[in-house]
Ligand binder design. Structure first.
Ligand SMILES: NC(=O)c1ccc[n+]([C@@H]2O[C@H](COP(=O)([O-])OP(=O)(O)OC[C@H]3O[C@@H](n4cnc5c(N)ncnc54)[C@H](OP(=O)(O)O)[C@@H]3O)[C@@H](O)[C@H]2O)c1
Length: 278
């Protein structure tokens, strides 16, 4: 297929590389110039704007940060992009159910919310899972893309469900990571060395399997990684927004406040494992 990837951050770049690895034709666009270079060197075509007019891709994958950026780019002035109306449109961003519902209204059966469960490395290797919800035309028409990954997890024709399921995944990840970070900190304060703590995290049956790829990041003083605290704060705000106003969710709220604080203390471009610095 010919696929346009809109947004070349950690996720968009990984997706575009995977699609090139698996033989698809790829066009790319990113707001800040320069990020397309490694992909263009591998054969991708760089678009001068999000308009896909002459390139005429079969599908467009939106890989932007949040509700605002997705709507700014996919629904300028509240309308569907004319040049996108002949393609299938997939949004991989973790955004609110309202935003994917708006895109479904604009792009109809050709729109699918395709949130991603997995790190950019897992996208690049094809091990990530798409959680797909939306038009049947898009869910089936994008089969050749889903085939390049694990899954997909198909939640049916309502894109809001894909948004919600992704947010529930991230609530598990982010709240539990904050607890793991605090456990390491308590262990250190109690005199347990890092080697022993690492072994505990690697071997304890109480440690969620999905967090094992975070262990090195917790002990890395730079907390290098692929998922920032501002993104985590955004996701937990969205989780809190799923419940009726006034619902008490003290653990989610505490984790949300923790990632917000991590960003404020200068760790905003580091990985979420920087939560251990609080
Ligand atoms: N990283 C992960 O592990 C992970 C996992 C699953 C899901 N996600 C979700 O996937 C989405 C992308 O995450 P990411 O890690 O790729 O984020 P990222 O590395 O921060 O990249 C964000 C991308 O959005 C673009 N962007 C932001 N605001 C924009 C605007 N107003 N107009 C146009 N472009 C804009 C950025 O362009 P510039 O280069 O110009 O800034 C960049 O290409 C997020 O919703 C995130 O929650 C991430």
């Amino acid at each position: 297929m010919h696929i346009a990837v809109i947004g070349l951050g950690n996720m968009g770049s990984a997706l575009a590389h995977r699609l090139l690895d698996t033989g698809h034709t790829v066009s790319v666009w990113n707001r800040t110039p320069g990020r397309a270079v490694p992909l263009v060197e591998r054969g991708a075509r760089e678009l001068p704007s999000p308009e896909t007019g002459q390139a005429s891709p079969d599908a467009i994958f939106i890989c932007l940060t949040d509700d605002r950026s997705v709507l700014d780019v996919a629904a300028p002035d509240g309308a569907a992009r004319e040049s996108w109306t002949r393609a299938l449109v997939a949004s991989t961003a973790t955004v609110s159910p309202e935003t994917v519902s708006t895109l479904r209204d604009l792009y109809g059966e050709r729109f699918v919310a395709a949130t991603i469960s997995g790190a950019p490395q897992a996208v690049r290797s094809g091990e990530a899972t798409f959680i797909i919800g939306g038009g049947a035309a898009a869910r089936t028409g994008l089969g050749p893309v889903w085939d390049e990954f694990a899954g997909p997890l198909d939640v049916g024709d309502d894109p809001r469900r894909a948004a919600v399921v992704k947010l529930l995944h991230n609530n598990l990840l982010l709240t539990q990571l904050a607890v793991v970070a605090e456990t390491v900190r308590v262990g250190r304060l109690a005199g347990v060395d890092d080697e022993t703590l690492t072994t505990i995290l690697q071997e304890s049956p109480m440690m969620p399997g999905g967090l094992r790829n975070r262990i090195a990041g917790l002990f890395d003083p730079a907390h290098a990684g692929w998922f920032s605290s501002p993104l985590a704060t955004k996701d937990l705000d969205l989780v809190l927004g799923l419940a009726p106003e006034g619902t008490r969710l003290p653990v989610t709220q505490a984790a949300r406040d923790a990632y917000l604080q991590v960003g404020r203390e200068g760790w905003g471009s580091a990985d979420i494992t920087a939560v251990i610095e609080l």
